[in-house]
Design a protein around this ligand. Sequence first.
Ligand SMILES: [Zn+2]
Length: 245
Amino acid sequence: MGAFPAIKMLTKPPHANNLAVSGDFGNQRDGMEDIAKFIEGFREFKANYFAEGRGPGRLLFDRLREGQRPKSLIIGCSDSRVDPAILFGCDPGDLFVVRNVANLVPPCEEGKGYHGVSAALEFGVLTLEVRHIIVLGHAHCGGIGALMSGQCAFSSAGFIENWMKIADGALEKAKSELPGGTPEELARACEQAAILVSLENLRTFPWIRARVDAGLLMLVGWYFDIEDGSLYGYSEETGRFELIA
Ligand SMILES: [Zn+2]
């Protein structure tokens, strides 16, 4: 009885008078405005995709409720600014998405750990049989910033610092290629090199490597520059990230 008051409270959008708080409750008010926005957004989504007899997405979910068949799996960053579905104009059912700090893929590891990324790769590749795996990096990545500074600037629980060790090689590469680089140049080089580390790690999964070698699966490295909105793609021919759009 009353064990989850917060959940009950958030089932309806808060009215303006509920938000009329001030002083020390300013942050709480901001959070509630977000929740109201999300519920309004869901109403629009529902009208588009589920309203009887109207809504452009109605037919889409008639098909999707039978199952998903996305052709692409994206490894993206948890960063709120780089939502793959928004960036690439996708509809429900288009993307199988894994998001984590700094869009990293760990190497294939045996053992009984909780391998969240590996589990998603297994389902995406072996069950959904996606045709592309896209590693989507981005500028101003906080995870890469933590790696470069040698410590996490936002917390001290230790998970981020340990997770970012996956990209140690990317930091070494960036430093060796830009010995006199500014912190901004080094960060950009590290962000891009980390994408390549993840692409290499994808190939350590034997069932991914086999499909790539057989031409059934393509590995793609993209980099979103939030400074000017540009998208770059890694080119094996030039060994660089080249402007796509
Ligand atoms: Zn990031």
